[in-house]
Design a protein. Structure first.
Length: 232
């Protein structure tokens, strides 16, 4: 294989890799921005019981409490009927004891855009105490619009949404925001790396396709003609 063919082959390979890396960088940058933050679409959910519970947050590993590797979960909810609502994050075991015997709904999936799938948990008629009176929440808030910001760490966690007075029939709309600062530099780095690889691929392909100067400027020289024919 000639040197020119190798340049063209490697150039095309660099172009393909660079294009995919650039597309990935553009997609990640548009999703998380430079600060590594992205927000999920607003979702509505309803429970005929006393609470909506998302208890599938299983975190394993020693996550840092600060810095670019720390993850922050932001949740904001508002009542659909204008009443005050409550949102709190706590260990799953605490929430399980608090809602023992209390009818509520578990959020088992998020249906984008705008909905959530729930599973009813039947109770024995127990009525919970108002959630704001409990002191074991990791992070909590209540009001016509309630919001929490919680730094994710190791453990089994649950997010609970209720009416602020602890009454039944919870009907809310909410958004979730996740911030992981390291994603911002990663996205920008992918974009820059992809563009550099594309440039290398273009230069290599052009270099391989270009004929050597000696070939471009060569002037054909006529060789000696055939020997003269003897006179008849």
């Amino acid at each position: 294989m000639t040197k020119r063919a190798l340049k063209i082959g490697f150039g095309i390979g660099f172009l393909v890799v660079g294009l995919f890396t650039t597309i990935g960088g553009v997609a990640l940058t548009s999703l998380v921005g430079a600060d590594g933050r992205f927000e999920l679409p607003e979702t509505t959910a309803r429970s005929r019981g006393y609470a909506l519970v998302f208890d599938a947050i299983y975190i394993r590993g020693n996550l840092p409490a600060s810095g670019s590797l720390s993850a922050t979960l932001g949740i904001e909810v508002r009542g659909q009927d204008g009443d005050d609502v409550f949102v709190g994050v706590a260990s799953a075991s605490r929430v399980s004891r608090y809602l023992a015997g209390v009818g509520h709904d578990r959020v088992v999936r998020i249906d984008w855009p705008g909905g959530a799938g729930t599973e009813a948990v039947l109770g024995d008629g127990s009525v919970p105490e108002p959630p704001g009176e409990q002191t074991w929440w990791e992070s909590s808030d209540e009001g016509d619009t309630a919001s929490v910001s919680w730094t994710v760490r190791d453990g089994d966690w649950a997010v609970v949404v209720m009416n602020a007075d602890g009454s039944r029939d919870v009907d809310v709309a909410g958004t979730v925001e996740v911030e992981l600062p390291i994603l911002g530099p990663i996205a920008i780095g992918m974009l820059i790396t992809g563009l550099v690889i594309v440039l290398i691929g273009v230069l290599m392909t052009i270099s391989g396709a270009k004929a050597p100067r000696a070939e471009r400027g060569a002037v054909p020289i006529a060789g000696p003609g055939p020997p003269p024919r003897p006179d008849a």
